[in-house]
Design a protein around this ligand. Sequence first.
Ligand code: F6R
Length: 242
Amino acid sequence: MKFIIAKDYEEMSRLAADVIASVMNEKPDCVLGLATGTTPIGLYQDLVKDYEEGKLDFSQVTSYNLDEYRGLDPKHPQSYRYFMQDNLFDHVNINPENTHVPDGANPDAEAACAAYEQAINEAGGVDVQLLGLGHNGHIGFNEPCDVFPKETHLVKLTESTIQANSRLFDSIDEVPREAYTMGVGTIMHAKKILVVANGAGKAQIVHDAFFGEVTPQVPASVLQFHPDVTVIVDAEAGSLCK
Ligand code: F6R
């Protein structure tokens, strides 16, 4: 595992964008695994800047996002599809048909999840998977549990995640209670994994996930077993990892 402590959010974002850019430059038709959330916004801005400066070409890139709320229209401003359009896809030359987010509008969970898993496999798997880190160690919507979930599946969100996400909705009642997410197994199949985390609020979980016991109670801890993981945190999030 490569563990990098950047001086601030800007440096964390730039270094992380460089990891993705180097995969794209080496393999122009690469498959990117993407995340939403507040952490990767700066990194997406850097990728857009690189594209505008002619340093990056998304024309042959395919992407698969980690997760999506179930029952939320893709046009809803809090849907993860909307987030991706707004923060990345609408600003670069990626072919819209090559961008994939689990189909939250499909009520048939089994069909939606199986189709997503199959599509990732048929695309040849993910070349680099970007991950943010939940305060409880979740990756995607894989919450602390007794057994690592393997494949894309339906999850019931925990109270703490509903609370955390409610800041983005008008009221807590509007926060969806369920989501579709890649499984921990799906994530672990990515050839390369890139984790970003920032802020003092993430310091404890960054320490526990990457330097603590590997346990499904801290889903991100399983990444310690992946052969090619880069973790990039800002100084605050890395403050307990010396
Ligand atoms: C987002 C996702 C989540 C977030 C995590 C951290 O697609 O899968 O696991 O990465 O909740 O979110 P932020 O970056 O908002 O702290």
